[in-house]
Design a binder for this molecule. Structure first.
Ligand SMILES: NC(=O)c1ccc[n+]([C@@H]2O[C@H](COP(=O)([O-])OP(=O)(O)OC[C@H]3O[C@@H](n4cnc5c(N)ncnc54)[C@H](OP(=O)(O)O)[C@@H]3O)[C@@H](O)[C@H]2O)c1
Length: 173
């Protein structure tokens, strides 16, 4: 019997010029048009996030299945699935993608989860934010030998967007 293809593991992240992605549990910028793009890109798919990112959002986002990664056996939150390790989260996300009939699982941060799962990533949808803010959460540097840029787009800045940004998509080389 032919093996079923696995869903692609897709990172989605917004990164400042200095690698910063977060500060004190929050995003260090306001980019509503990029958040709309995040919603569209993740819609209908299983979405893996670290416990701290989940706490900063505060609730499961509608239209997606949230898988929270935590070591805390007592962690419990309504409307989310829980995994005790990055590997368990990826296995669960693959099973959910099959059940949902989608071919992507989304990894949405934060810093610890990106670092742990980078070796498993197939594609990275990266919003490059034209800022160098202070912060305590960063995205791991990408080795150019491992990643090729397949598209780059600088959308028009929306009226409520704090700054310019560029969407760059990388596929594993
Ligand atoms: N710019 C962006 O695109 C973006 C996206 C997402 C998040 N962020 C920002 O990133 C920051 C949060 O990132 P973070 O690195 O602090 O936290 P995080 O990656 O969201 O979550 C870390 C938590 O995940 C769990 N975890 C990590 N490794 C694990 C492992 N091997 N096994 C089991 N559980 C594990 C632990 O939860 P327990 O402590 O419960 O065990 C850990 O405390 C925030 O500032 C947020 O705003 C930015």
């Amino acid at each position: 019997m032919r093996k079923k293809p696995m869903a692609k593991i897709v990172f989605i992240v917004a990164v400042a010029r200095n690698g910063v992605i977060g500060s004190a549990g929050e995003l260090p910028w306001r980019l509503p048009s990029d958040l709309r793009r995040f919603r569209a890109t993740t819609w209908g798919r299983p979405m893996i996030m670290g416990r701290r990112t989940f706490e900063s959002i505060g609730k499961p986002l509608p239209g997606r299945e949230t898988i929270v990664v935590t070591r805390d056996p007592a962690f419990d939150a309504a409307g989310v699935l829980v995994a005790r390790s990055p590997d368990a989260a990826l296995d669960l996300a693959q099973a959910r993608a099959t059940a949902m009939g989608v071919d992507e699982v989304m990894v949405v941060g934060g810093s610890e989860i990106y670092a742990a799962m980078l070796p498993n990533a197939d594609r990275i949808v990266l919003t490059e934010v034209e800022l160098t803010p202070p912060g305590d959460a960063t995205f791991p540097p990408l080795d150019p030998a491992d990643w090729k840029e397949v598209s780059r787009e600088t959308p028009d800045r929306g009226p409520k967007d704090e700054v310019e940004y560029t969407i760059r998509i990388f596929e594993r080389a």
